[in-house]
Design a protein around this ligand. Structure first.
Ligand code: AKG
Ligand code: FE2
Length: 212
C-alpha cells in the first residue's frame, strides 16, 4: 500500500468490517502544492500534472470556503472574536466613529482601542516586524467586536516588504540570539496560505516558517 498515514482516516481507508463498501484515499495538507505533487507521484510515477493541478486548486477553494464558514459562524453568534496578528510589517488603521478594535496586552488582557481624536491612527506591529526586530517588537493580537446598530468602517494600510528580510546586527547579541532565519515576505504569505492550521492567525506561523 502506498497512501499510508499513521493518523486514522488520513490515508488509504477501506475494507473496514463496519463499512465494507467504502474505500477512500487521503491527501494530507492538500492545500500545499508539494503535498499534492507527492500524492500524484505515488499514484502516477510518470506524473499527472492535470490531476495534481485540479486537486490542488479544488483543495484551495474548499479551504477558503471553510474559513469563510468559520467567520460566518462567529459573526452569526455576534462574536467576531477572530483574534489574530497581522502578516504585514505594520498595519496602520483608521476607523469611523464606531469603535470595536480590541488589543491584547502582554498580560493577555483585552483592552478596547480608544482613539484620542477622529483623526487618530492605530499602528499595529505585524509578524514581519516581529521577525525583523528579532522579537524585540512583538506582533500585536487584535480583534474587532462590534455591538449596536451603527455600521463600522475601517481603512487599513498593510505594508509588505520586498527582498530578503533579516534582523539588523544591532538587534542580535548574546542576550538576544538570532530568532529567525532570513526570509522573504511573500514566502511567509505563501506558507500561511498553504497552511491547514486552525491557528492561522497565530503569530507562531512566522516561527514555524523561519524560526531558528
Ligand atoms: O477593522 C479594523 O480596525 C481592523 C481589521 C483587521 O484587523 C485586519 O484587517 O487585519
Ligand atoms: Fe488585523
Amino acid at each position: 500500500m502506498k497512501n499510508v498515514n499513521p493518523k486514522p482516516a488520513h490515508g488509504y481507508m477501506g475494507k473496514i468490517s463496519t463499512f465494507p463498501i467504502h474505500e477512500g484515499l487521503g491527501i494530507e495538507y492538500a492545500t500545499s502544492e508539494d503535498e499534492c505533487q507527492k500524492f500524484t507521484s505515488l499514484m502516477w510515477p510518470d506524473g499527472n500534472g492535470h490531476f495534481c493541478e485540479t486537486v490542488h486548486s479544488y483543495a484551495k477553494m474548499a479551504a477558503e470556503l471553510q474559513q469563510l464558514l468559520v467567520k460566518m459562524l462567529c459573526e452569526s453568534y455576534g462574536i467576531e472574536k477572530h483574534s489574530h496578528t497581522d502578516k504585514s510589517f505594520v498595519s496602520i488603521l483608521h476607523q469611523n466613529h464606531v469603535k470595536g478594535l480590541e488589543i491584547r496586552t502582554k498580560d493577555g488582557e483585552w483592552i478596547s482601542y480608544e482613539p484620542s481624536s477622529h483623526s487618530s491612527f492605530a499602528v499595529v506591529a505585524g509578524d514581519v516586524c516581529m521577525a525583523w526586530s528579532n522579537d524585540r517588537i512583538k506582533s500585536c493580537y487584535h480583534r474587532v467586536i462590534v455591538e449596536g446598530e451603527d455600521v463600522r468602517y475601517a481603512v487599513g494600510l498593510f505594508s509588505f516588504l520586498t527582498g530578503l528580510i533579516k534582523a539588523p546586527e544591532e538587534l542580535v547579541d548574546e542576550e538576544h540570539p538570532l530568532q529567525y532565519y532570513p526570509f522573504e515576505h511573500q514566502g511567509l504569505l505563501d506558507f500561511y496560505q498553504s497552511s491547514n492550521s486552525l491557528n492561522k492567525g497565530d503569530s507562531n506561523m512566522v516561527k514555524a516558517y523561519c524560526g531558528v
